[in-house]
Ligand binder design. Structure first.
Ligand SMILES: *[C@@H]1O[C@H](CO)[C@@H](O)[C@H](O)[C@H]1NC(C)=O
Ligand SMILES: *[C@@H]1O[C@H](CO)[C@@H](O)[C@H](O)[C@H]1NC(C)=O
Ligand SMILES: *[C@@H]1O[C@H](CO)[C@@H](O)[C@H](O)[C@H]1NC(C)=O
Ligand SMILES: *[C@@H]1O[C@H](CO)[C@@H](O)[C@H](O)[C@H]1NC(C)=O
Ligand SMILES: *[C@@H]1O[C@H](CO)[C@@H](O)[C@H](O)[C@H]1NC(C)=O
Ligand SMILES: [Fe+2]
Length: 474
């Protein structure tokens, strides 16, 4: 376990020593190299393979035109709306959602819309999206869809009203795919009773690994994850596997399947594109960035983020979390430095605005950094090393959901000093916000029970180092 205190308590000059000793003492089988810890945990060595198409998790729900692939995500900026999405296969059917706070009295209704798309020789089902609004906070709602044909009912709980001291627990999953290991990751996540919403860091179905990007694998993925996504909002980040750019078969519109299937509330945060946006949820302000959209100076994403960061009021939402697919700090020999250009564009803004944590995926393994920044370089001064920085976020790579591409096991050696902990195992994480000053973070590898954390850390808020002063407010 690592702990962080305010700069003076921990001693600015030796910021890496305390967590290292604690972690090494608790985890017996780690080896020390440079500043960080590389876990040599021996994981399963079998190949990671996709679940066959006739697997139980891909079963089509019974009944004529039954809604399938049900998923929900936050529908506005403050969490009082929810986007309900599902697919019908036989005919369009109804896009209506009936909902209410009592199971047997769904006294509200909202009308959605459906869309479809073609991809090479695949034609999608009818993809429905309905945003239900003006929901009460901290309330369980039941909802029914498939009205007129086969009705299915689900439920979810809305987040508490946005505010600094409402506890809230997020799950973190990335690069999930639909292998047997993906199923273990999801099951492991579900066995944790605490997490209330998933921050998903990109790469959903991996359908693009199939011939002609077989979009049937988008449908199977939707059915596989429904057991969680129908009940908890998953906050979507796009990864490279959502691009589905395949000019060789005439598919030249990037993100076509993703855009039709997964809606996000981007307009509510003044974004002009579904690939970057923000939401507030309880005590957290979550900014989603797009590794595979332009982010150079003057681009829409650049301008949006530049205007967005100063809007975050840390007295209202103390916890500032950034999600992005391609990591900016990654010491594995996979996708090495792919996130570098975006880091160069945006890292100084994140430090200036004291972002608490950045979660990324893409690399199919786990890694956590110390608080470091690398923003001093100006071409001629030679200052291009990461240095300890109390204003910098912790960078966590959690692309270890378990997809068919398998684990990233080859690491750069020696472990760079900015890297606090790394391990090539599948798993998920939990970010448990307690109050404005503290959050407890745990990474769970799939081979362990949920009581075991393979890596953990107490986060101390970057603005609220004590409960009575917001150091970020001017
Ligand atoms: C699409 O084309 C591939 C190969 O060209 C074929 O195997 C597959 O059955 C076709 N799918 C449909 C829905 O026609
Ligand atoms: C997936 O996991 C669930 C829950 O543990 C289990 O019931 C199901 O049989 C698994 N399916 C496959 C194909 O592994
Ligand atoms: C920030 O949020 C706090 C708490 O909700 C509020 O009192 C304050 O007015 C807000 N500040 C600004 C600049 O909006
Ligand atoms: C690990 O990656 C490095 C750099 O790409 C490569 O030179 C080396 O051969 C790889 N090692 C293994 C065991 O694949
Ligand atoms: C915030 O949570 C931490 C960890 O649970 C606890 O030690 C601390 O006392 C809490 N602060 C307040 C003001 O309740
Ligand atoms: Fe990726």
């Amino acid at each position: 376990m690592a702990a962080e205190g305010s700069g003076d308590r921990m001693g600015r000059r030796i910021p890496f020593t305390v967590p290292l000793i604690l972690a090494a003492a608790l985890v017996g089988f780690v080896s020390r190299c440079e500043g960080g810890v590389t876990s040599s945990f021996v994981r399963k060595t079998e190949k990671t393979i996709d679940m066959p198409i006739d697997s139980d998790v891909f079963r089509v729900p019974p009944g004529y035109n039954a809604p399938q692939q049900v998923h929900i995500t936050q529908g506005n900026h403050d969490g009082s709306a929810m986007i309900i999405s599902w697919v019908t296969m036989d005919e369009p059917g109804s896009s209506k959602v009936l909902y209410g706070t009592e199971k047997h009295k769904l006294d509200s209704s909202a009308e959605g819309r459906y869309t479809r798309y073609k991809f090479y020789n695949y034609t999608s089902g009818y993809i429905h999206h309905c945003n239900i609004r003006k929901l009460k906070h901290d309330t369980t709602y039941y909802y029914a869809i498939g009205i007129g044909h086969t009705v299915r009912m689900f439920w979810f709980t809305t987040p508490p009203r946005v505010g600094p001291d409402v506890p809230y627990t997020f799950g973190l999953i990335g690069d999930l795919g639909q292998s047997f290991d993906s199923n273990v990751t999801l099951t492991h996540y579900e066995s944790n009773p605490k997490a209330q919403a998933v921050l998903f860091v990109g790469d959903l179905s991996y359908a693009d690994n199939y011939p002609n990007h077989d979009n049937v694998r988008w449908d199977t993925w939707g059915r596989f994850v429904e057991r969680s996504t129908a009940y908890q909002p998953w906050i979507w980040t796009t990864g490279n596997h959502e691009l589905d750019f395949a000019p060789e078969i005439g598919e030249t519109e990037p993100f076509k399947p993703f855009r039709h299937r997964y809606h996000v509330p981007y307009k509510a945060s003044g974004s002009t594109s579904p690939f970057w946006y923000s939401i507030k949820r309880g005590p957290a302000y979550i900014i989603v960035l797009a590794s595979y959209q332009a982010y150079g100076k003057y681009t829409p994403q650049y301008k949006w983020l530049e205007e967005e960061l100063p809007k975050v009021n840390r007295s209202e939402t103390p916890w500032l979390i950034v999600l992005v697919h391609s990591p900016w700090y990654n010491s594995y020999n996979y996708h090495y430095m792919e996130g570098e250009t975006m880091r160069v564009m945006f890292e100084s803004w994140l430090v200036k605005n004291k972002v608490d944590v950045v979660f990324a995926g893409h690399v199919h393994a786990y890694e956590r950094s110390h608080r470091i920044s690398n923003i001093a370089y100006n071409i001629v001064n030679g200052e291009c090393q990461p240095v300890p920085d109390e204003s910098a976020p912790v960078y966590i790579t959690i692309g270890d959901g378990g997809n068919l591409e398998g684990l990233a096991t080859n690491m750069t050696e020696p472990q760079p000093s900015y890297s606090a902990f790394r391990e090539a195992s599948f798993g998920h994480a939990i970010f448990d916000i307690k109050n404005r000053t503290h959050a407890y973070y745990e990474w769970h590898r799939n081979q362990d029970g949920n009581a075991v954390a393979a890596d953990s850390m107490w986060f101390q808020n970057r603005c609220w180092k004590s409960a009575d002063k917001n150091e970020c407010s001017v």
